[in-house]
Design a protein around this ligand. Structure first.
Ligand SMILES: Cc1cc2nc3c(=O)[nH]c(=O)nc-3n(C[C@H](O)[C@H](O)[C@H](O)COP(=O)(O)O)c2cc1C
Length: 285
C-alpha cells in the first residue's frame, strides 16, 4: 500500500507507472472541511529522513466524494480513505459521509490528531480516547476500518488492544514521530508549526519494534509502515508480524518506490524459494 499523505489521491501517479499493480492506495488525510494546512516552512530534511508539518492540507470530504471517488470507482486497485478529525463526532460524521460511496474500499482512521476538546493531546496517545474514536467510526460505517496508531505514546500495545476491542478490523502503524529542527544561523525553529513528524529510514527501527510489539498483543492483521524503502525493508516488517506494508517518504525521492518494493519482495521470495508470502508473516517471532 501507499502511505497516507505521501501519494496524493493516487491520480497524481497514475501516469508514472501502473498503480493498479499495488495492493491498495491510501489517500491523503481527509477532514470535514477543506484545510489550508500549517504555516510554511512545512518540510525539513534530516539525517536519513524528513520532518513535515503539513497540517492536513486537503480538499475536504465533499470535494473528495465529488471529484475523486468517481475516478477510483473505475480502478482495480482498492482505495482506502484516511480520515482525521478534531473531535470524536467529526470522525463519526466523516465515516458516515463516506459509507457506501462507490470507489472507497475502506477507511484508515488517523488517531494522531490533537483532541481539541481535551487540550490537544493526540487521540491515539491513550487507550480510552483511541477506543472512543474507533467505536464512533465503527458505529457510523460498514466499511472495513484500519486504525492507524501513533508512536507518540508510551503505551502503544494498550492502545492497540483498546482499539481492537472497540471494533477496528486492522491496525496500521506507525505514523510519524514528533520532532524538531533549528536553523542555527537565524536562531529560529525551522518549521512554521515548531514541531513536525519525523519519517523515512530514520524511524524504521522504531516502527519495526512497535509492529513487533503490537502484532504480539492483538489478533488483528497489522499493516507495517515507517521508513520502508526496499523490498528487504518490507520483508523485515512482515517477519516482525505485519500482514501488509505501506510505503511513504520513499515516494518523494522515488515515485516508483511502491512498485520497486513490490518487485524487491518478489525477488527475495524467488531467491529464498518461498512460494507463499503468508509463510513469512511473524517468521522472526
Ligand atoms: C508529507 C507527509 C504527509 C503525511 N500525511 C499523513 C496523513 O494525512 N495521514 C496519516 O495518517 N499519515 C500521514 N503521514 C504519515 C505517513 O503516512 C507514514 O505513516 C509515516 O510517514 C511513516 O512512514 P514513512 O517513513 O514510510 O514515510 C504523512 C507523512 C508525510 C511525510
Amino acid at each position: 500500500m501507499t502511505a497516507a499523505g505521501t501519494f496524493g489521491y493516487g491520480t497524481e501517479y497514475s501516469h508514472l507507472f501502473d498503480i493498479q499493480k499495488l495492493g491498495a492506495i491510501v489517500c491523503k488525510g481527509t477532514t470535514l472541511q477543506p484545510r489550508e494546512g500549517n504555516p510554511q516552512p512545512r518540510l525539513a530534511e534530516t539525517a536519513s529522513g524528513m520532518l513535515n508539518s503539513i497540517g492536513l492540507q486537503n480538499i475536504g470530504v465533499e470535494a473528495l466524494i465529488k471529484e475523486k471517488t468517481p475516478i477510483w470507482a473505475k480502478w482495480q486497485v482498492p482505495v482506502i480513505v484516511n480520515i482525521a478529525g478534531e473531535t470524536v463526532d467529526e470522525y463519526a460524521e466523516l465515516a458516515h459521509k463516506l459509507d457506501g460511496v462507490a470507489g472507497i474500499s475502506g477507511l484508515e482512521v488517523n488517531i494522531s490528531c490533537p483532541n481539541v476538546k481535551a487540550g490537544g493531546a493526540e487521540f491515539g496517545a491513550n487507550p480510552e480516547s483511541a477506543a472512543r474514536v474507533t467505536a464512533a467510526v465503527r458505529a457510523a460505517t460498514s466499511l472495513p476500518i484500519l486504525v492507524k496508531l501513533t508512536p507518540n505514546t508510551g503505551e502503544i500495545a494498550k492502545v492497540a488492544v483498546a482499539v481492537a476491542s472497540a471494533g477496528a478490523d486492522v491496525l496500521s502503524l506507525i505514523n510519524t514521530v514528533k520532532g524538531m529542527a533549528i536553523d542555527i544561523t537565524t536562531h529560529q525553529i525551522l518549521l512554521g508549526n515548531k514541531t513536525g513528524g519525523l519519517s523515512g529510514p530514520a524511524i524504521k527501527p522504531i516502527a519495526l519494534a512497535m509492529v513487533y510489539e503490537v502484532a504480539g498483543a492483538v489478533e488483528l492483521p497489522v499493516v507495517g509502515c515507517g521508513g520502508i524503502t526496499t523490498g528487504n525493508d518490507a520483508i523485515e516488517f512482515i517477519m516482525a508480524g505485519a500482514s501488509a506494508i505501506q510505503v511513504g517518504t520513499a515516494n518523494f525521492a522515488n515515485p516508483h518506490a511502491p512498485l520497486d518494493v513490490l518487485e524487491g519482495i518478489e525477488q527475495f521470495m524467488k531467491k529464498e524459494g518461498i512460494k507463499d508470502i503468508t509463510k513469512l508473516i511473524g517468521a522472526a517471532r
